[in-house]
Design a protein around this ligand. Structure first.
Ligand code: NAD
Ligand code: MG
Length: 404
């Protein structure tokens, strides 16, 4: 076996971070944690440093540096500060693989730094690709970086495709007999709710996903189906296809993680227990396969697999995401930014669940999108959409949402 791979884990204190550390701990002869970042949970970051002894730990500010340094006395770990440090550790020459697991737009620049440095990138941070798809994929091509999706659906699709490496050209899937990508969705916790019931749902209900244990933001996105919309855009960029080549299939059991349908009538599915350690282990070891600590799928216990179409009238975020991708340019970045602000406001009980989609729609309708061929423009439109969204929230009457 080749030398131990050095891992840079961006977003080590989160849910994907936790699953990644679990795999690293299972394979000490294969992987070493070189750098790790955390944002608000200094205690958790200190624990990670004690266990994995990384060379660098990155925190957001000097206050967090003081707190972390005090908790890890005696360790050689150097504590770095700020967004630029995230980029520095991503492109450090010692690093082989970067796991991009920061949530939201904050993850874009360090993920891009890893791409430009030609690393293997395990991409969880779908928002980065939604915001800057063309630039991101162009940079992957230019640097020869290995981009491996670890979002479970995209990882499944990757596993169901013919071996084309990690970069797909426009037309390469139809040329290889692919008819359609079938992107599965659990449907979230409110799949069976009425429009009236959706008005009343609380943050506690929204983050209680039926099948997956995840961070708060993606859990709310799963409940609105914005997550599926962002994933549709993610799939378009990763696999160089158009939205019409992707069908969203609601599959409440989350056992099939996505499928690829071929011209000869074959449909290839990737199945497994819903556990993010499977796609992360796949990305770390590709093209090999390693133990991920995930038990075998017990089909007799699963017993039944159901499928149904997504209801875009009840969950308009899925439609909005498709529309933003078709509009092109910075429209998906505008949608993403409005959604981040809306989800935060919902979690703080400032708005109701259905107002998340309303704010997103207003931002898309009201703001002018531009060509997304520079990072400056993308970041400017991201800021503009955040300002718009905050003003929209300020104008609302105080919400009457209460905890159940
Ligand atoms: P999480 O909230 O559990 O963790 C987020 C991580 O990002 C934490 O380490 C946090 O410290 C860091 N972070 C937050 N804000 C930051 C900022 N402004 N600057 C720097 N770091 C910041 O989220 P998660 O569930 O682990 O999701 C992470 C990413 O992976 C998201 O983009 C999500 O869509 C994607 N993803 C997650 C899952 C899952 O099962 N959790 C599955 C597929 C994709
Ligand atoms: Mg997913």
């Amino acid at each position: 076996m080749s030398a131990v791979k050095q891992i840079c884990l961006l977003g080590g204190t989160g849910s994907i971070g936790q699953s990644t550390l679990d795999i690293i701990a299972r394979h000490p002869g294969r992987y070493q944690l070189f750098a790790v970042s955390g944002f608000s949970r200094v205690d958790r970051l200190a624990e990670i440093c004690q266990t994995f002894k990384p060379v660098y730990a990155v925190v957001p500010d000097n206050k967090a540096r003081t707190a972390l340094t005090a908790k890890i006395t005696g360790l050689d770990t150097q504590v770095l500060v700020g967004a630029e440090a995230l980029e520095e550790v991503s492109r450090a020459p010692e690093v082989d693989t970067v796991v991009a697991a920061i949530v939201g737009a904050a993850g874009l620049l360090p993920a891009l730094a890893a791409v430009k440095a030609g690393k293997r990138i395990l991409l969880a941070n779908k928002e980065a690709l939604v915001m800057s798809g063309q630039l991101f994929m162009d940079a992957v091509k230019a640097s020869g970086a290995e981009l491996l999706p670890i979002d479970s659906e995209h990882n499944a699709i990757f596993q169901c495709l013919p071996e084309l490496g990690t970069h797909f050209e426009a037309g390469s899937l139809p040329d290889r007999g692919v008819r359609q990508i079938l992107l599965t969705a659990s449907g979230g916790p409110f799949r069976t709710f009425s429009a009236a019931a959706l008005e009343q749902v609380t943050p506690e209900q929204a983050v209680a996903h039926p099948n997956w244990s995840m961070g708060q933001k993606i859990s709310v996105d799963s409940a609105t189906l914005m997550n599926k919309g962002l994933e549709l855009i993610e799939a378009c960029w990763l696999f160089a296809v158009q939205p019409q080549q992707i069908q969203v299939v609601v599959h409440p059991q989350s056992i099939i993680h996505s499928m690829v349908s071929y011209n000869d009538g074959s449909v290839i599915a990737q199945m497994g227990n819903p556990d993010m350690r499977t796609p992360i282990a796949y990305g770390l070891a590709w093209p090999e396969r390693i133990d991920a600590g995930v038990g075998p799928l017990d089909l007799f216990q699963v017993a039944q697999l159901d499928f149904e179409p997504a209801d875009e009238s009840l969950f308009p975020c899925l439609r909005l995401a498709k529309e933003s991708f078709c509009q092109g340019g910075t429209a998906p970045a505008i949608l993403n930014a409005a959604n981040e602000i809306a989800v935060e406001a919902f979690l703080l009980r400032h708005i109701g669940f259905t107002q998340i989609a309303q704010l997103c729609e207003q931002a898309l309708e009201s703001l002018e999108s531009h060509s997304a061929n520079s990072l400056e423009q993308i970041l400017a439109d991201d800021r503009c959409a955040r300002d718009f969204s905050r003003r929209w929230l300020e104008r609302l009457p105080v919400s009457g949402i209460k905890a159940h």
